[in-house]
Every structure is written in C-alpha cells, then in structure tokens.
Design a protein around this ligand. Structure first.
Ligand SMILES: *Cc1c(COP(=O)(O)O)cnc(C)c1O
Length: 465
C-alpha cells in the first residue's frame, strides 16, 4: 500500500524542484541542453546502485531529481528552438501526474469511464474544428501511429478484405517526398512496400504542385497524402484543390496535420488549412502545438464507420460486452493511457482562445526571426515562413558544423534539415519564453561563429580546457 505521508512529501519535493527548474529554464539561467556521456551521467545519478539496492529517501530523491533535471534538455528555455516537441503547459503536466497515480487505461470504457468520456469530448471538439460533423476519432500514442491508423482505414476502404486476404500488388499511395517518414513506414507496415509510394511532383520547396497531379492507370490509389504543415519547412500544402482532385476521382484524401492543424484555433492562420474538411482523414498532434507532453495524437475521419472498419480483430475476452463506447476497436494499442485529460486540462485552463493565442504568437515569433535575419548580411532564407518553423543558411560553410558549435555554447539548440538537397539550419519556435531579444542574440551568436571570429576562438579554447 502507499504510505500516504511519504507520497505527499515526495510529491511536494517534486513540485518544488519542477517549479525551480521551469523558472530557471524560462529565464534562460541554465544551458538549454547538456550532453554528458551516458557512462558518466549514470555514475553521477547513482543509477546502478539505486537499481540494484533501491532505498531512495525523500532527501536523496530530491538530489537525484535535481541532477536529472539539470542534465536534460530544457524545453521551456528561450533558446530551445529545436524539435517540434511541445513546451508543456502545467495543466497538461497535472494530467500526466493524475494518470500516473490512477492508471485508468481506457480503451475499454469500463476500465476508466471518466477518462474515456473526457477523450470522447476532446475528440468531438477536434472533429468540429476540422469540420467533420459526422466524423469519428481516437487518440493514440503519437503522430506516427496516427498516420498508420488513418492509412489502415484508407486500406480498408480501398480493399475491404485486405484484413483477411492480404494486400493486392496494384495498390499505391500518392505522397510528396517531403511527407513525414512515418508515411513511408506505414506503407511497409501495411504490406504495400516502398514500391507502392508514388512521389507527387512538388515545387522547389517541397509543396505538392497542384498543376501536376498524376493520372494513374492500371493501379488502385489507396490514398493521397498532403501535409499541413510539412515537418522540414513548416509550409502548408494547398489542401482545397488537392481535396477536390481526390473527390472527383474517389481517392482517399489524408491530411497530415500533426504539427500544423493547431492553426485551426487562430483566425489569423486558419486559412492555411482551407479545404481540410474535404479530407477523409486528418491527424493532429497535441504534443506539438497544444502544449501537452508526448504523446497525444488524434486520428480523425470524416465518416465514423471508416475508423470502425479499419481493425477487424476479434478478442472474445475483451470485446464480449461492448457498450458501444470501447475505443479499443480503433487503436493499435491494447492498453492505452488517458490521453484526453492532458488536452482537456489545457483547454479547461487556457480556453480555446488561449491555445489559439499561443499558436499565433509562436507563428509570429518565427516570422519575426525571418524579418530580422533577412536584414543581416550572410543569412539566406529561402522562403517566408507560414508556421513556427523557419529554415535558413548562414554563409557558405558547413551548416551542420555551425549548429554543433552553437550548441556547444549552451545558449541555443537548433536542428537542421535538407532542402532541395542542401543542408539548412532550422528553427522551430516552441517556447513561450522566446522573444525578440532571444532572436537577436541568436543571430549575433551565429554571426560571431564565423571561422576565425573572436568568440569562436574563445569557445575553441574553452572546449580544449
Ligand atoms: C511530427 C510529425 C509526425 C510524427 O509525429 P510523432 O508524434 O512524432 O510520431 C508526423 N507528421 C508530421 C507532419 C509531423 O510533423
């Protein structure tokens, strides 16, 4: 049994340490990331002893937690400009804590009626935003699984007996090369193989060229995939004409809105998703722009029965007493976390308007970065951003090496991506703490890292020391 006093004490320590950690991170008072080698870190954290012998106490737990937090990556830090992982808001963090203590995996309604009901209502809200009044959905552990689930539903529509009989050889998926890699993975997992992916023509920035959509003969098109927005560039495909093209031909239209569907919450950016309601399926990650921890992703379909048709598994011990509310029929997972609560508590605290305001602000900050960088010599920005993702190059040198040196200094964490076969630096504005001063400091630091620049030599000396 839990010792309730011990739990209360440990929980209070957790809250104190997390509060200090987030506060310090938001103000940029500690490095945005640390990369100690795992051997050294395991020693510092005392892992092998604790694993073998246990015996942590509230005070040693505090010390452990402090080191654990300090040695990780700080997503609340203004200089965190790297991956599309959410800067989590605290209501969602509370939901994770509640789930951790109650553990109501609720793919079967009776295993957690409250958490299942919260999920239904969150899904209803998401369906309404996307424009699927007669739609259905399910929350799943991440966008990759969500893409797989949506494409499984598409496969069931194209080949209803594929579940029993397997996949015929003439099935293809149309997708731009800029689509997230989970689409290609899904093609193989679903038994189509990589051969089945027909690359769509794009412009030089990877957007689907709507004037060059293919005429396919002798093949069955299972789905066409568009991005809203694309992971690498943050640019949106032109959904309406693509959706109309699909509708005329009876092709399943899948919109990967993992990152960018949250723009539906802002008047200013909703037009980027114009035509999304023409889709047959949409995915939408809450752990990117709705500020929940990983993972919480929605699979949304325009016709509810399409999702029910996706899985045809029978398991008599689970499915015998279905009250019509069991989400297990729609998921790869059997045990599934109470994902809806994280999204719900963020909504309940901030309102749809608060979350939309966050999205608009992050998009505006990325746009600001583009404006500021363009004015400086040596920066090359190939497009005007449409989201909170911006790609750029500085100078002609090795951009990956530039990124590595920038990260060594501990103030900024960026990613990089290839655009048209050329490596670019990539900024994703996730933390609410990132402001104009952060952006100017980043640009200054990049400019100072030019080979031979004074600060670079200091950094080189520091790293030798
Ligand atoms: C992040 C992303 C995914 C994958 O989502 P995960 O939750 O990381 O599995 C899929 N598609 C797009 C467009 C993304 O940006």
């Amino acid at each position: 049994m839990w010792n309730i006093d011990e739990f209360t004490e440990a929980a209070a320590i957790t809250v104190e340490e997390l509060a200090a950690y987030v506060n310090e991170s938001q103000h940029g008072h500690a490095p945005v990331l640390r990369r100690q080698p795992p051997g050294e870190l395991a020693d510092r954290l005392g892992l092998s002893d604790l694993i073998a012998k246990g015996g942590i106490t509230p005070e040693t737990y505090r010390a452990f937690l402090r080191t654990f937090l300090a040695e990780g990556t700080r997503l609340h830090h203004p200089g965190f400009l790297a991956h599309q992982t959410a800067s989590p808001d605290f209501p969602a963090a509370l939901a994770d804590f509640v789930h951790g203590a109650t553990n109501n995996p609720m793919a079967i309604y009776e295993m957690g009626a409250a958490s299942a009901t919260v999920e239904f209502e969150v899904l209803r809200w998401m369906l309404e935003k996307v424009g699927f009044p007669a739609g259905g959905g399910v929350l799943t552990h991440g966008g990759s699984l969500a893409n797989l689930t949506a494409l499984l539903a598409a496969r069931a529509r194209a080949v209803p007996d594929a579940w029993e009989g397997g996949v015929p050889g003439d099935l293809v998926i149309l997708a731009p090369p800029s689509a997230h890699y989970s689409i290609a993975r899904a093609a193989s997992i679903l038994g189509l193989g990589q051969r089945a992916i027909v690359p769509l023509e794009t412009d030089e920035l990877g957007r689907i060229d709507i004037t060059r959509l293919p005429e396919i003969s002798g093949k069955r098109v299972m789905a066409l995939v568009a991005s809203a927005c694309a992971t690498g560039t943050g640019l949106y495909d032109d959904l309406r004409p693509i959706g109309e093209w699909c509708r005329e031909r009876g092709v399943w239209f899948h919109v990967d809105g993992a990152h960018g569907a949250s723009a539906l919450l802002t008047d200013r950016h909703r037009h980027r998703l114009d035509g999304v309601e023409l889709a047959d399926s949409v995915i939408w990650d809450a752990h990117k722009m709705l500020r929940t921890s990983g993972l919480a992703a929605a699979v949304l379909v325009r016709r509810e029965q399409d999702l029910d048709a996706a899985f045809k598994q029978e398991a008599s011990y689970l499915f015998y007493g279905d009250q019509g509310f069991d989400l297990i029929r729609r998921t790869v997972e059997c045990t599934k976390a109470a994902l809806g609560l994280k999204i719900f508590l963020n909504l309940a605290w901030r309102g749809e308007e608060g979350l939309g305001g966050y999205v608009a602000r992050q998009y505006a900050t990325a746009h600001r970065f583009w404006e500021l960088a363009r004015r400086r010599p040596g920066f090359d920005l190939p497009y005007e951003p449409e989201s909170n993702i911006v790609c750029f190059r500085y100078g002609q040198g090795d951009q990956a090496e530039l990124r590595e040196r920038l990260m060594r200094n501990g103030s900024f964490y960026l990613t990089s991506t290839e655009l048209n076969g050329v490596r670019h630096l990539r900024v994703t504005v996730m933390a609410p703490a990132t402001d104009d001063a952060t952006l100017e400091a980043l640009l200054d630091e990049i400019a100072s890292l030019r080979p031979g620049a004074p600060q670079d030599q200091t950094a080189a000396l520091a790293s030798q020391a």
